[in-house]
Structures are given as C-alpha cells and as structure tokens.
Ligand binder design. Structure first.
Ligand SMILES: NC(=O)c1ccc[n+]([C@@H]2O[C@H](COP(=O)([O-])OP(=O)(O)OC[C@H]3O[C@@H](n4cnc5c(N)ncnc54)[C@H](OP(=O)(O)O)[C@@H]3O)[C@@H](O)[C@H]2O)c1
Length: 258
C-alpha cells in the first residue's frame, strides 16, 4: 500500500468525485476525514472507509465559511496530530450566460470553487509547513484551462484555482510540500446529472442525447468515471510524486492538451 499511515482530508468527500477519492486514499492505507455539508452522506462514506480497516472522521463543514474550515482542521489535528494530504474536491457549477448571471450566483461560484479551496489550503499549510511535508491536490476542471459557454463564473473560478495551485506550489517548493491540480472532463456524478437535466429542459434533446453531447466534448467521446479522477489524485499523493508540483493533470480523454 502506497499511503500506509498517512492522514488525509477530502472536501466534498460525501459523494461523487470526492467520495471516490476518499475511498481510493483509504484503499492505499490512508486515514481520511471527509468534509461537506450533508452529514448523512459523510457518515455513509466514513463507514465505508472504516470497513476498509482505516480510521475516518466525518466533519460537517461549509468550505465558504472561514470559521467552519478552521474547525475542520482543528478536528483533524485533535484526532491525529498532523495532516499529510488535502484534496479540495468540494465544488459546484451553475449554468447561465454571463450576460444575465446574477451577482449572487457569481459570488457563490467564486466562494465555493475558489475561496473555499484557498481557505482549506491555508489551514492545511499551517499543519504541513512545520513538518516540511504534505500534498495538496485541487480538483480543477477542463474549465480551468478553456472557456465554456453557459459556465463562465465556474470557469473563472476554476481558472483561479490553477493560479492558486501554481502560486502555492512556488511558495512551498522548498518545504517538502507539493501542490497540484487534477482537471477532469465531464464525470459521471450529480453534477453531470444536473447539466443533463438543464440541457434537456431548455432544448428538445432527450437525456440520452444531452449526455452524448457532453461526451462529445472529449476526443474519447465519453463521460469519465469518478474512479479515474481518484487514480490520478492518489498518484499525486504518493511519496514518489515529490518532484511533481504546480501541475494541472488533465483526465479528459485529450479534451485539453497542455
Ligand atoms: N462532475 C463533473 O463533470 C466535473 C468535471 C470537472 C470538475 N469537477 C469538479 O469535481 C469536484 C467534485 O464534483 P462532483 O462532480 O463530485 O459533484 P457533486 O457530486 O455535486 O459533489 C460536490 C461535492 O461538493 C460538496 N460541496 C459543495 N458545496 C460545498 C460547500 N460550500 N462546503 C462543503 N462542501 C461542499 C458537496 O457536498 P454538500 O452538498 O453536502 O456540501 C459534494 O460532496 C468539484 O470541484 C467539481 O467542480 C466535476
């Protein structure tokens, strides 16, 4: 096992990509705190992690709230006394044209996708820097690298996540810490379910046609499995990946090639 004895935090760990990442870290020997706003989902994932023989802590946390984020990392420190891996997987998308986007939605997109990632990463650094060791992995998106019609605020926030990733990677480069992003194409989670619903409610497409349209964004013509994102994340979390920092690894079937 590659992450035996490590301690990890996964935000958005209660479902979707975050859930797959939490389980994949645990399968490699890592104890994992899962954080999000929905207690029942966190408890379900936590129980699955314990079934794998690892320790787990479900922590209700709103990553947009600095006090709530501080409490999450305090709980992790109280339980294990250290932190090795932070995965920022919590996020939310919204579909609308920028020309008619409300100010509130713009702010919410920045808060949950960018500010939340900053707040969690800053708290993680406070635990990692004194030990000169750590991994921060931000779940970006292909929307971190290219523009998307109807997802402008989300794309702006995710582009910001890459700026944060690269800057934090430079600031921690001699501190034994790496900071990277994993940038998925469309992944089969509630987020895609919501996108399919929106497309079919606003066009004459069936749900199946809407899914095919999303899949067509990738040269591989498919929607990805959460486990594929989890695999790239585990790889970046390994000790052997210590030379990789400031990178944004695409898992998109070649949708973006940089
Ligand atoms: N699915 C895709 O196609 C796709 C593609 C590229 C990138 N991504 C990125 O992958 C990440 C995971 O998305 P997903 O597809 O797994 O979506 P999802 O199934 O909707 O999960 C989103 C997760 O984020 C948590 N979350 C949302 N707002 C939060 C907040 N304010 N505080 C704490 N947790 C919060 C949710 O938990 P609660 O609601 O319980 O808080 C949930 O666990 C996101 O960053 C997303 O942008 C997804």
């Amino acid at each position: 096992m590659r992450l035996q004895g490590k301690i990890g935090v996964v935000t958005g760990g209660g479902r979707g990509i975050g859930e797959a990442i939490a389980l994949a870290l645990a399968a490699e020997g890592c104890s994992v705190a899962v954080a999000g706003r929905t207690q029942a989902q966190l408890e379900k994932v936590s129980a699955q992690i314990q079934k794998l023989g690892r320790e787990s802590l479900p922590v209700v946390c709103d990553i947009c709230d600095p006090g709530s984020v501080a409490a999450l990392f305090r709980a992790v420190h109280d339980r294990w006394g250290r932190l090795d891996i932070l995965v920022n997987a919590a996020g939310e998308s919204h579909s609308d044209l920028l020309a008619r986007l409300s100010f509130e939605t713009w702010q919410r997109m920045l808060a949950v996708n960018l500010t939340g990632t900053f707040l969690c990463s800053q708290e993680a650094l406070r635990l990692m820097l004194p030990r000169k060791s750590g991994r921060i992995i931000n779940i970006g998106s292909t929307a971190a690298k290219i523009g998307f019609r109807y997802a402008g605020a989300y794309a702006a926030a995710k582009h910001g996540v890459l700026g944060l990733t690269r800057s934090m990677a430079l600031e921690t480069a001699t501190s034994g810490i790496t900071v990277n992003a994993v940038c998925p194409g469309w992944v089969d989670t509630e987020m895609v379910g919501k996108a399919v619903q929106t497309i079919s409610s606003k066009t004459k497409m069936t749900a199946e046609q809407a899914r095919d349209m999303l899949a067509a964004d990738s040269p591989q013509k498919r929607i990805f499995a959460p486990e594929e994102i989890a695999f790239a994340t585990v790889w970046l979390a390994c000790d052997e990946s210590r030379g990789i920092t400031g990178q944004a690894i695409d898992v998109s079937g070649g949708q973006v090639m940089s």
